[in-house]
Write a protein that binds this ligand. Structure first.
Ligand SMILES: Cc1cc2nc3c(=O)[nH]c(=O)nc-3n(C[C@H](O)[C@H](O)[C@H](O)COP(=O)(O)O)c2cc1C
Length: 169
């Protein structure tokens, strides 16, 4: 890569840190083994048909199993799930990750029982862009809890949301 390209990529990565995102655990099950990873690259696409997209590095351990089984879950984390993030992003491997958190099976994939929101998806299609697959999933089932306190990721840190104070109140 030329110097200008390296500088542009560094600026791109720094600019990306200005996104504030919810954190999700993407999960699947293949041949009796569970796989999961932390992800911020998750987005709703359309409500008709209900569709989410997730960007998954092809080197991640969940990548192959997810495409083989054709189903996965998107588990949006609540503040109470902060300890799960390092475990699902490399500190633990494979099944060890699921010893933490309350996991139940839904539609053949693991979902976090007290997720802020959980979506069971059927793999619709995937497009490869560089290192990542952009995975589109049709939502088969959506669940949520009433206590709204999503775990957020901003500038490399776990943070919380706060309502703006209405000065007129
Ligand atoms: C906050 C956070 C967000 C992440 N978002 C993504 C993502 O959207 N897509 C992705 O492929 N990896 C993402 N990662 C990296 C994976 O969680 C990490 O590489 C994971 O360990 C890969 O799985 P493996 O260890 O099972 O191979 C993220 C990591 C963190 C800490």
């Amino acid at each position: 890569m030329a110097g200008a390209e390296i500088a542009a990529q560094a600026a791109f990565k720094t600019a990306l840190r200005r996104f504030t995102s919810t954190i999700c655990l993407i999960t699947t099950e293949w041949e009796g083994a569970r796989y999961g990873m932390a992800a911020t690259a998750v987005q709703s696409v359309t409500a008709d048909p209900p569709t989410l997209l997730v960007c998954i590095n092809q080197s991640a351990s969940i990548s192959g199993p997810l495409k083989l089984t054709g189903k996965f879950a998107v588990n949006m984390l609540h503040l109470s799930h902060a300890p799960l993030v390092p475990l699902f992003s490399g500190k633990l491997k494979g099944e060890e990750r699921f010893a933490h958190g309350e996991w139940i099976a839904a539609g053949g994939v693991p979902i976090l029982a007290d997720a802020q929101a959980a979506f069971v998806c059927s793999l619709n299609s995937a497009v490869t862009v560089g290192t990542h697959d952009v995975v589109l999933g049709e939502v088969i089932e959506a669940r949520f809890i009433e206590n709204i306190a999503p775990l957020l990721y901003e500038d490399g840190k776990l943070v919380r949301s706060a309502a703006l104070i209405d000065a007129a109140a």
